[in-house]
Ligand binder design. Structure first.
Ligand SMILES: NC(=O)c1ccc[n+]([C@@H]2O[C@H](COP(=O)([O-])OP(=O)(O)OC[C@H]3O[C@@H](n4cnc5c(N)ncnc54)[C@H](OP(=O)(O)O)[C@@H]3O)[C@@H](O)[C@H]2O)c1
Length: 273
């Protein structure tokens, strides 16, 4: 019976992934900070028919939590077959407004906690010669953009770890998949940390459905895909970037600098009013 640990399961892609694995074959171990939301997600999973669900309210910005949750999962479910490192948030703004402390926190939540979990899980998965690790990165883990430097850095690091680890585990029964969603309609934009002068990355409105990302995760695990790009704009962007990074860099800088100036002006007018 697959035993599955999902971080960031209280909303968005993590929640949708928990539902995607809610069948009698699976046991779930869900992690995020908001206990009430986890309770609701766990109840919904049980209604959908999952065999068993355990949830823990844990703050992954605390060093060491990434490893602890793996230990807890092994203890409570009696095993682990699939680790999905999904928890994360964004910081939007110019680099000089993102303090080293802000950078350290986003690094811990988006990357380091996942690294801790993987480090704790790999010996167990190798021993049973079976299992899978999923890292939920992003399109901007493949191409960095202005005003999202810290977030991009964490997402690039996930891609790097996924790629390298895939090579190390090749030929064993343990697989690794990196998922690169494009813009997805979740709570991500609302919970992102915006610095004082930057709102140009805010994108209310429609994005792809989180259930589509969850389906892609299930398929990646089933077919042992190394890297998955979900949206057409994401694929086009990565393709163009391979052909001419120079052009993509300049266009992106031009578009985002303009949007940033517009936002600054909008805020100035707001301040005057
Ligand atoms: N939405 C997009 O457009 C998009 C695109 C590409 C990649 N992604 C990636 O997809 C992943 C999931 O994001 P989402 O879109 O589903 O956004 P979301 O709805 O905001 O979900 C983020 C999840 O991470 C958890 N989380 C955040 N900080 C945490 C912390 N300190 N400790 C424990 N859990 C924490 C949140 O739970 P609590 O708040 O309850 O702790 C929540 O369950 C992220 O890694 C994100 O980078 C998103």
């Amino acid at each position: 019976m697959p035993k599955i640990l999902i971080t960031g399961a209280s909303s968005g892609i993590g929640e949708a992934t928990a539902y995607a694995y809610s069948n009698p074959e699976c046991e779930l171990f869900l992690v995020a900070r908001r206990e009430q939301r986890l309770t609701e997600v766990a109840e919904a999973c049980l209604k959908k028919g999952v065999s068993r669900v355990v949830f823990k309210a844990r703050d992954l910005s605390v060093p060491g939590q990434g490893a602890s949750i793996v230990e807890e999962c092994l203890e409570e479910l009696g095993g682990l077959n699939l680790l999905i490192c999904n928890a994360g948030y964004g910081i939007y703004g110019p680099l000089q407004e993102v303090s080293p402390q802000d950078m350290a926190r986003i690094w811990q939540v988006n990357f380091q906690s996942g690294y801790e979990s993987i480090y704790a899980a790999v010996p167990h998965l190798m021993k049973q010669n079976e299992g899978h690790i999923v890292l939920v990165s992003s399109v901007i883990g493949k191409k960095a953009f202005p005003y999202a430097a810290s977030y991009c850095a964490t997402k690039f690091a996930q891609v790097a770890i996924g790629e390298a680890l895939w090579g190390e585990l090749r030929g064993t029964g343990v697989g690794v998949s990196v998922i690169c969603p494009g813009y997805t309609a979740t709570e991500f934009q609302q919970s992102a940390q915006n610095t004082a002068s930057q709102g140009s990355w805010n994108r209310p409105g429609s994005g792809q459905d989180s259930a589509a990302v969850a389906r892609a995760i299930v398929s990646a695990v089933r077919h042992k895909k190394r890297e998955v790009h979900l949206t057409l704009p994401g694929r086009i962007l990565c393709g163009l970037n391979r052909i001419s990074p120079f052009l993509v860099n300049h266009v992106a800088a031009w578009v985002l600098q303009r949007a940033s100036k517009k936002e600054d002006r909008r805020q100035e007018v707001g301040d005057i009013r």
